[in-house]
Design a protein around this ligand. Structure first.
Ligand code: 13P
Length: 285
């Protein structure tokens, strides 16, 4: 799996040079091809992220081998990431298959328990050269099987973020500053001051989840303040499925996936392109 790498080099460089690596959630051959073709075209590093639900749907070994083959075909390196994983045995199994970037999501736990779980994940993953992202603070909304209802004070406490980083040895940190998973009913109001404070206390790359529907200017301001990885899932799904519905409506007799997937793939490629340009990661591969 020479083409599957961990995310450390890319993320550290991105934070230092004030751009971000886009992390796109993938599910199947079509998403892998669209994301990697667009990344290659724009010479952008990209992270392909999958939730536990995605790896369950596609099969961890099948998905990983598919991405590895697609990356080799395009002569590029790629990060395959475990998004929102919380079970250490599950992480161990996938890291042993060759995945080299993992998120341990202890964000629903009290700080001391989040630290304990994250430390174990770091010990396990680092033995395999796998980089580790942790999360502190919580995003409301839905990301596959992960559903978080509205909660009291979900935002990241900067002092707690510093403690989590110092006591665990993680490589990157996801924070909550007002984004949510899924689309927004009204424009999100991001807490830039909080981000600035966190970035002054924590020097590892910071991660913004829930970027679908956030205005590009807001995401870019976050990148200027220390965000080095930007997660996008919902906007890709919407672009693809809206285009597919349109094809089915206009050509009700179509039954060939090579035909009906064409326009949806192009629609998804436009979103991938727009997010890469927003992250200013073009030309950084
Ligand atoms: P969106 O679905 O809101 O883009 O969030 C993606 C995400 O944060 C994946 O972890």
């Amino acid at each position: 799996m020479n083409n599957i790498i961990n995310s450390n080099y890319w993320l550290i460089k991105a934070r230092r040079e004030k751009y971000a690596i886009p992390a796109f959630n993938f599910h199947n051959l079509e998403t892998v091809q669209v994301i990697l073709d667009t990344a290659r075209l724009l010479e952008s590093p990209v992270i392909l992220a999958g939730t536990p639900g995605t790896y369950g749907y596609g099969g961890s070994r099948e998905l990983l081998n598919m991405v590895d083959a697609a990356a080799r075909e395009r002569d590029m390196q790629v990060v395959v990431h475990l998004d929102h994983h919380h079970d250490l045995n599950d992480i161990r199994t996938k890291v042993r298959l060759g995945i080299r970037s993992a998120m341990i999501d202890g964000s629903a736990l009290p700080l001391s328990e989040n630290i304990a779980l994250t430390r174990e994940a770091v010990q396990l993953c680092h033995a395999y050269g796998c980089s580790v992202e942790a999360e502190i603070g919580q995003l409301v909304g839905q990301e596959d099987d992960l559903v978080v209802e509205s909660i009291n004070d979900p935002y990241t406490n900067p002092e707690d973020a510093k403690i989590l980083v110092e006591q665990t040895g993680i490589d990157s940190l996801a924070i909550a500053i007002g984004t949510a998973h899924g689309m927004y009913k009204e424009e999100p109001k991001l807490d830039f001051e909080r981000l600035e404070k966190i970035a002054s206390l924590v020097d590892i790359p910071l991660v913004l989840h829930g970027a679908s529907g956030v205005p590009s200017a807001d995401v870019q301001r976050c990148i200027d303040l220390g965000i080095a990885k930007v997660n996008v899932a919902t906007e890709l799904k919407i672009a693809y499925s809206d285009a597919l519905k349109q094809v089915m409506k206009e050509q009700p007799l179509v039954n060939d996936p090579r035909v009906y997937n064409k326009a949806p793939k192009e629609a998804m490629a436009q979103v991938v392109k727009q997010k890469i340009l927003m992250c200013r990661s073009d030309g950084k591969l």
